[in-house]
Ligand binder design. Sequence first.
Ligand code: BEZ
Length: 212
Amino acid sequence: MAVRLGDEAPNFSAETTEGTIDFHTWKADSWAVLFSHPKDFTPVCTTELGTVAKLKPEFDKRGVKVIGLSVDPVESHRDWEKDIADVTGNAVNFPMIADPDRKVADLYDMIHPNANDTLTVRSVFVIGPDNKVKLTLTYPASTGRNFDELLRVIDSLQLTAAYSVATPADWRDGDDVIIALSVSDDEAKERFPKGFTAQKPYLRVTPQPNKG
Ligand code: BEZ
């Protein structure tokens, strides 16, 4: 069964490069990113893991725990991590799940048999403090993900969880935001004291509420 937005992120226990974890216990009440890789010792995956290791301080700043997965055993992950540090200059600094029996991959529907019947696709799940799935992404093996985009989306998810706003196309942290349709104009005047511009009755723009 596919894991969809708003579903509770399924719990599991698994061996990782940082020991055996119970996922919900490991995650606790943080935000989390769970992302899968088709296979160890593959080129695109090597670049992706190095990039996430480099960006780890950005995930930390946002209170987001990061955990990777591939269907190889933990000893293989550890050997591969030496290559990742060697090639990218970034030591992997987050746990990698070993999933040789595909237990977690099946639970999260990370194997798409019409793409490949044994390897995971490049799945991403962003999970909120309430353990609900807030975002899913699915990329094919041939396309490495853009992790700056993932950070951008997390900024939007965290902002819109705290305020009755939505973020427009290509929004970046600090840009103006859109007032939710559920908020009346009178309420908007109270909730957004910096004011708003109604470009259309349904498109009201206000400065990002949690900035200067
Ligand atoms: C890669 O990471 O480069 C890759 C992984 C699986 C299949 C094809 C490419």
